[in-house]
Ligand binder design. Structure first.
Ligand SMILES: [Zn+2]
Length: 470
């Protein structure tokens, strides 16, 4: 069985001239861009880009191995795993002079491309400068190689575990964090919760001076109806919510969040945004799924294209969607003509008989919805998408009207409609056998048919059809 992550290809080499020491020393070094895995166009995917920090050119093979491990870890965690086909993974290898990161606590200093460092006080906190020496270099590389990046991850070649959200725009994680079995899948995933989902820390430890900006999973609101995740709180759950049974496993309003012990609240007693070793809570999960759908829409492609179509024959026309399907559940589809839902037309493809709509202007549309239970509040309808085709039907179509008895001169009726190849009039007394009476053409869409030999004959039925009988 082919490994999902096994196809790695370098597509660019030696593309960046690196000013390593603030312009004092300029070195031409090899920067490589790799496609680790591609599930589709970068224009409709969540594009993850790993960047190498503290890897020398000789460490590039190790970097690719570490990227593969890290991507597998991240995309194994929920809700990433359920939406795995929504992600592309790329990597940018840029060389550092030294391996590893700085450890100020221990006097270890390394010359690395993004100037990352562990913290003086905590050898778990791994960050980099938010100015041009750190984030600025991430921005520059992304702009050069993949401006469509949605989630930048700085992978630091240091065996000590650590990470951070890099100031909010770049998830930072050490390769050492990938090896810690008890928490290996948490630091990286936690940091992407900040960067991709806009989630806040649910930490209850006080950190005076931390900006009082609420995130999707933190709030100061205690009025139940106004709590942003109220859709997840059962009416049986008190608000605020005691951190004890039977509420320890449900969504509520738990005091302590956003580096405050009191006055700030989090959705659940425990969550990946608070502790190592647990998954995302329902509210954080919802925020992440919404974030995925901001970048990757459910309809990946559609046919026919373009969305303005004219049909001049009665031939059946196929409409179809290519959907970005989740792993364990399916997107739902409903087809419409002129805004009216079509019974049983709930597959990714739909066959239209143009004549069934009649000549004129119409719409064919398909509404796609992700019915996932992971999202309860979707104010901007990120989980649904409607594709609409504006169609003009102009197919041969005839109408008989205005029958009039002419006495001894027989009778007449009016033929109107569309018959570019002409039409013929038939008569029958039993609806089974038909006799052709005349072949004619419409003039400006009109024709008056007269039968002068109809005196004293028995009841007959008449029809006009196109193309005319040979
Ligand atoms: Zn949470």
């Amino acid at each position: 069985m082919k490994n999902f992550w096994s196809s790695i290809a370098a597509t660019n080499t030696s593309r960046v001239c690196l000013a390593l020491l603030a312009g004092l020393v300029t070195a031409r070094a090899q920067t490589n861009f790799y496609t680790i895995t591609s599930t589709g166009s970068v224009s409709n995917r969540v594009n993850i880009v790993f960047l190498a920090e503290g890897y020398r050119t000789n460490d590039y093979a190790q970097f690719l191995t570490d990227v593969t491990n890290a991507a597998n870890i991240l995309l194994t965690n929920q809700p990433y795993a359920e939406y795995r086909s929504n992600f592309n993974v790329f990597a940018i290898a840029v060389p550092s002079t030294n391996s590893g990161s700085d450890h100020p606590c221990c006097g270890v200093t390394n010359s690395t491309f993004f100037s990352s460092t562990f913290d003086y006080g905590s050898d778990y906190y791994l960050s980099f400068p938010t100015n041009q020496l750190g984030q600025g270099r991430v921005d520059s590389l992304l702009n050069t190689f993949i401006p469509q990046s949605d989630l930048a991850i700085l992978l630091v070649n240091d065996n000590l575990q650590g990470g951070s959200d890099g100031g909010g725009r770049t998830a930072i994680v050490s390769r050492g964090a990938l090896f810690v079995v008890s928490s290996y899948n948490v630091i990286l995933t936690h940091e992407t919760g900040h960067v991709l989902g806009g989630l806040g820390d649910e930490y209850t430890d006080a950190y005076p001076g931390f900006p009082d900006i609420e995130e999707p999973n933190t709030t100061r609101e205690t009025n139940r109806a106004s709590i942003k995740w109220n859709a997840w709180i059962s009416t049986n759950t008190p608000v605020p919510t005691p951190g004890t049974a039977p509420y320890s496993g449900v969504v509520g309003l738990f005091e302590g969040a956003h580096y405050h012990t009191t006055g700030w609240y989090r959705p659940k007693l425990n969550c990946m945004m608070k502790s190592l070793g647990v998954g995302f809570c329902e509210v954080c999960t919802e925020a992440l799924v919404l974030a995925y759908y901001r970048q990757a829409r459910p309809v990946d492609a559609f046919a026919p294209s373009p969305t303005n179509q004219t049909f001049t024959t009665t031939q059946a026309v196929n409409f179809s969607l290519t959907l970005l399907q989740p792993v364990t559940h399916s997107l739902s589809v409903q087809w419409y003509t002129n805004g009216v839902p079509l019974p049983s037309q709930t597959n990714a493809a739909f066959t239209l008989l143009p004549a069934s709509l009649g000549n004129g202007s119409h719409t064919v549309s398909a509404r796609v919805v992700d019915p996932t239970s992971l999202v309860r509040t979707d104010p901007t309808n990120l989980l649904s998408q409607t594709n609409t085709w504006s169609i003009t039907v102009s197919v041969p179509q005839l109408t008989l009207s205005s029958p009039r008895w002419l006495g001894t001169n027989g009778f007449t009726f009016h033929v109107s409609g569309v018959a570019p190849a002409g039409f013929s009039v038939h008569a029958s007394s039993n609806f089974v056998s038909w006799t052709s009476l005349a072949t004619n053409s419409l003039v400006a869409g009109q024709f008056d048919f007269t039968n002068k030999s109809a005196t004293n004959f028995s009841l007959r039925f008449y029809r006009a059809s196109t193309p005319p009988a040979p």
